[in-house]
Design a protein around this ligand. Structure first.
Ligand SMILES: Nc1ncnc2c1ncn2[C@@H]1O[C@H](COP(=O)(O)OP(=O)(O)OP(=O)(O)O)[C@@H](O)[C@H]1O
Length: 233
């Protein structure tokens, strides 16, 4: 079996242009792999670079050195150097990302916000609609809210809509940035079940979870990001 994600020699420094080009080193020489069915949890204190690393894997941040290989069929795509068009296809077909916050087009109904993510990843409109309903029910989003746009929903409701979007398509790679941060215990347990099901199905997951209980239940192993703290020059 081959890894679905391989990071090798990844380094990142932010350049603060409003501070005279000051460099803020975040991570240095990051290397780890994620096998199908594994959930690797990024650990380490606040500010150690966990979210930055996840954004590097998703391609939102560019790394300065190293490679971020994500398997797409028989090939690996290097996110560090991939063309925008390749990245769009990779996100559509291979790699999902659930952040803490929902960002959607205004005035689109909740059920369609979720179903459209499924359609974008290749589900038929009927299957996407049915799965969107199943996920929203499972995540306890009341049916009376499904036809409303989620812009005015509570933080926890928006987060559950976001989770439904992230889990609707069976993508082989899933990146989770604190998906349970605003959830109550019942809904945290649902998310744990969803993650466990995806692990069994062979999805490779990298996640950040501040809730220790959730982390202990889903982690195949913890990668402590402080291991990759940039060395002082
Ligand atoms: N876009 C950016 N521009 C400049 N600095 C940034 C940027 N994003 C993150 N940083 C800095 O990089 C460091 C790591 O931030 P990051 O959000 O990755 O940490 P984290 O481990 O996820 O923290 P937390 O657990 O608090 O979410 C911080 O010092 C932060 O200020």
């Amino acid at each position: 079996m081959q890894p679905l994600i391989k990071l090798n020699g990844v380094s990142k420094a932010f350049t603060l242009h409003l501070r005279g080009g000051m460099k803020l080193d975040v991570v240095d020489d990051v290397g780890f792999e994620v096998m199908p069915g594994e959930c690797v949890v990024l650990g380490g204190p606040s500010g150690s670079g966990k979210s930055s690393l996840l954004k590097i894997v998703y391609g939102n941040y560019r790394c300065d050195h190293g490679s971020v290989l994500v398997r797409d069929g028989d090939d690996y795509v290097d996110v560090a150097t991939a063309e925008p068009r390749r990245m769009i296809a990779l996100r559509r077909d291979v790699m999902g990302y659930v952040s803490q916050f929902l960002r959607v087009i205004p005035r689109v109904s909740t059920i369609d916000v979720v179903a459209s993510a499924g359609r974008d990843s290749g589900l038929s409109p009927e299957v996407a609609q049915a799965r969107a309903g199943e996920l929203l029910s499972r995540l306890n989003v009341p049916e009376r809210l499904w036809d409303l746009p989620p812009a005015t929903f509570s933080g926890g409701e928006q987060q559950r809509v976001n989770i439904a979007r992230g889990f609707i398509a069976d993508l082989p790679v899933l990146l989770l940035d604190e998906p349970t941060a605003s959830l109550d215990a019942t809904n945290r347990a649902v998310v744990v079940e969803l993650i466990e099901a995806r692990k069994k199905a062979g999805t490779a997951i990298i996640g950040i979870f501040h809730d220790e209980d959730v982390r202990d239940r889903v982690a195949s192993r913890v990668v402590d990001v402080t291991r990759f703290a940039a060395k002082a020059a």
